[in-house]
Unconditional design. Sequence first.
Lengths: 315, 271
Amino acid sequence: MSRPGGPPAPAGTRPRPIGAAPGRPATRRRRRRRARSAWWLIAPAVLTMLAVTAYPVLYACWLSLQRYDLRFPDQRGFVGLDNYAAVLSAPVFWTDLGATLVIAGIAVAIQLVAGFGIALTLRRAVVGRRAVHAALLLPYGIITVVAAFAWQYAATPDLSFVSDRAWLAERWSSFAVVIATEVWKATPFVALLLLAGLAAVPEELLETAEVDGASAWQRFRQVLLPGIRPVLLVVLLYRILDSIRVFDTVFVQTDGANGTETLSLLAYDQLAGRLNLGLGSAVSVLLFALSAGTALTFLLVFRADLRQLARREER
Amino acid sequence: MRRAAWAAASLLVVAVGLVPVLWILSLSLKSPATITDQRFWPSDPTLENYRGIFGSALFTRALLNSVGIGLLTTVLAVALATPAAYALTRLDFRGKALVLPLTLAVAVFPPVAVVGPLFDLWRALRLYDTWPGLILPYLSFALPLAMWTLTAFFRGIPWELEGAAQADGATPWQAFRRVVVPLARPGVLTAAILVFFFSWNDFVFAISLTSSDRSRTVPAALAFFPGDERFGQPVGSIAAAAVVVTVPVLVATLVFQRRLVAGLTAGVVTR
């Protein structure tokens, strides 16, 4: 499930932080006291967050350097990078990486295009906006496992009202079902965020462009796209990171059969299925590194655009 | 002409959004005899599947777990995130600029990456297959979500009113209770609904860190419904259970529509 993205943007007039108010006679002692109380307010949330994520991630790194199979606990021992060597030389890892990238790549591409179309529709729609919003929020809020079952049953011969084809019996048609489910589930999130982003493009600008003889494509390329670029990038990053860890849909629909296993599924299978905490953690850490690497690359490449979004916030 | 095209597009969006939901509803109303009739609408609707799942402890217990774990996660996350979001909006302190990026980093990591260590730790701490054993990992996504949503909402609050009330003779506590609380309530409520959606939805932690109906939530229970029918899965029961857990989502969606949209897009809207 996608998580709401992007840095919070404030109202046009952001209230000044109390401690920093220039022109207000805040003595140094008062400021320090306020900073201290700020930490008391924020520490519980931050410390809890670190305890439930940073600590387990570090522990996963430590486990990944050990031979640790719960079925043979007495053979536990430090093995350095052996688990990584084993994982990276196993063909299944590369097949699963491929499946993950196929699902994530195609799904995110369709989500962006469809989401943009829906955002434009919502911007233009005069009647039935409420109905469209409701029809978008429902897939967004519905449990992923439930969505996966709905699409699975629509792709099962003897049950389906669509076709008699056994979609989930073969690799590429299985991908099609998984991707369709992911697109159905996550496009609403993309659409709603892009719609919010479109608010930054004034209607008059589009009208002027049209009067000046710009074609629909030119209006899209030269007016709409630059206007929503920062928001588009944030949404894109969120969708990529969320899709790299795709798990629920694949687990329910194919359980990784026919070459549809993703990296999350592989890690889960090693950890919970085979109880091999060493190898499983190595896969987990690689998946984590893939996410973190994608995010960092993205932030570096699009540094300028994201700064623009942050600046827009400051206004 | 153009307007008609946009109206048709809206209609298409509504149809695509609703068809899978109606399909699972239809399956849940079909009897074992008609479930393979391959029709979209049930020809002879029956509540048999619903009677079945509500008569089985497997489902009712999972529902109780889902509701309990979801509510506790929501209360904890909002209780921790509200003061933090207040501090981020209203106070200045060293390291402030790092807090939101940190929560962002926490929000995007793959949950399966911590399943192994948590499995190991929870067994040692006897948290495996318990409610806290799920609530704690849920905080890893609930807290960032709540903090982002609340910070965005709090930045839109006219805080001057708090000072104005005090200038008019209200005590700080009165100003807080009469002015700040009503202003902040919609944001807190929205954050709470979003957090509840996320814990309601979780599957990875639910299947990895539970082993019995003591703490197994509905998504996990659905995946392990005992299968003895033709399809290896009791389709009618799964569909009925799926419909039941979609009802809260549907109600929240209809009642809090505008707030949810505002909450979701809080990150990118310039209000």
